[in-house]
Design a binder for this molecule. Structure first.
Ligand code: ADP
Ligand code: TRP
Length: 335
């Protein structure tokens, strides 16, 4: 257990698959369990830059909340909230904007990627770029800095955002006086990418994914669809180029994995039986969370209640930080 504060935001993007679980959700839950102070929030204002369907935004936010809660996030230990329930974040965004050079935003990878795409397609460079996308890193810095965060666990694509948040904290502290802690990123180990049922990287965009939340018959059907070669059960097989084993290796216990490896290498384990074993560990891991998920989704008032409680806690530190920042800049403290 370390005394450092960790914080992560998740964009509401629909139901997760087991690749998301292994690569992002499970490591974040483990980090939350080993840090004294942890914050996890639903970045709905960030999502709003791209999602302009109110019903979809609302539904996706519930989904992502239900997902984390049913997979083991403990709202008693981790401050769990909706970004949009913490208005201090938005005021802090304005304060940070006053010390953030425009050039920093121009260098943002996310913004530059859209500009490059537009340019290569012969469109106006800023086509479809709203100010929310352009200043996305400032809002993200406010998310992080308001909680006096030490560590932000992120995937590679988010590293620049954390560096920017550090830069903005530095600009503010140097211009006025030290108010913000300088956050650091911690790269999600992940490394190993889970293959999908066709062997390519598991991804919603390839439609080769196994959702985390599904009923038993549907889960079984999907596992049975995993692509294999035509080796007979008796033949020895290389577990490392076998999709069933690669998924199993991330889900089963060390002993279970070792014994499936041995059975494949020796020969005697057929793909049908291996799929059955994989189905069973998926069922063991996700049957109960699926039930919980369905219960939460049937009771959004319960989700609201938990998130509102989390927001109340988040607002305590947010108000404190914001008040210090206001005073440092020559404004009145928060009332
Ligand atoms: P998708 O490719 O299905 O759209 P995302 O890009 O939204 O998934 O991924 C969200 C997070 O889930 C990523 O940051 C990554 O850490 C993790 N992730 C996604 N796909 C995989 C995978 N196949 N194996 C391991 N982790 C993954
Ligand atoms: N930008 C992050 C993403 O796309 C989500 C996010 C918003 C976030 N605010 C954050 C992540 C603060 C970490 C810390 O995944």
């Amino acid at each position: 257990m370390t005394g450092k504060t960790i914080l992560t935001g998740v964009k509401p993007t629909g139901a997760p698959h087991i690749g998301n679980y292994i690569g992002a959700i499970r490591p974040a839950l483990q980090l939350a369990a080993t840090h004294k102070k942890s914050y996890l929030f639903i970045a709905d204002y960030h999502a709003l830059n791209a999602v302009h369907d109110p019903q979809a935004l609302r539904q996706d936010s519930y989904q992502v909340a239900a997902c984390w809660l049913s997979l083991g996030l403990d709202p008693e230990r981790t401050v769990f909230y909706r970004q949009s329930d913490v208005p201090e974040i938005f005021e802090l965004t304005t304060l940070l904007s006053a010390v953030t050079p425009k050039g920093l935003m121009d260098r943002s990878h996310a913004y530059k990627a859209v500009v490059d795409k537009n340019t290569s397609e012969g469109r106006d460079a800023d086509a479809d770029v709203n100010m929310g996308l352009y200043t996305y890193p400032i809002l993200m810095a406010a998310d992080i800095l308001m909680a006096q965060t030490d560590i932000v666990p992120v995937g590679k694509d988010q590293v620049q955002h954390i560096e920017f948040a550090r830069d903005m904290a530095g600009y503010f502290n140097n211009t006025f006086k030290p108010v913000f802690k300088l956050p650091e990123y911690q790269l999600e180990k992940g490394g190993a990418l889970l293959p999908g049922i066709d062997g390519r990287k598991m991804s919603k965009s390839y439609n080769n994914h196994i959702p985390v939340f599904m009923d038993t018959p549907a889960r079984k059907k999907l596992v049975m669809k995993i692509v294999t070669d035509s080796k007979l059960p008796a033949e020895p097989k290389n577990p490392d180029d076998n999709i069933i084993f690669q998924i199993y290796a991330h889900m089963a216990s060390v002993d279970e994995v070792a014994s499936m490896r041995e059975a494949f290498e020796k020969g005697g384990l057929g793909y049908g039986d291996a799929k059955q074993a994989l189905f069973q560990v998926l069922e063991r891991e996700f049957e109960r969370p699926t039930q919980l998920y369905n219960e939460y989704m049937a009771n959004p008032a319960r989700i609201d209640e938990l998130l509102e409680k989390g927001a109340e806690q988040a607002r305590i530190i947010a108000r404190n930080t914001l008040s210090m920042a206001r005073m440092a800049a020559g404004l009145k403290p928060l009332l």
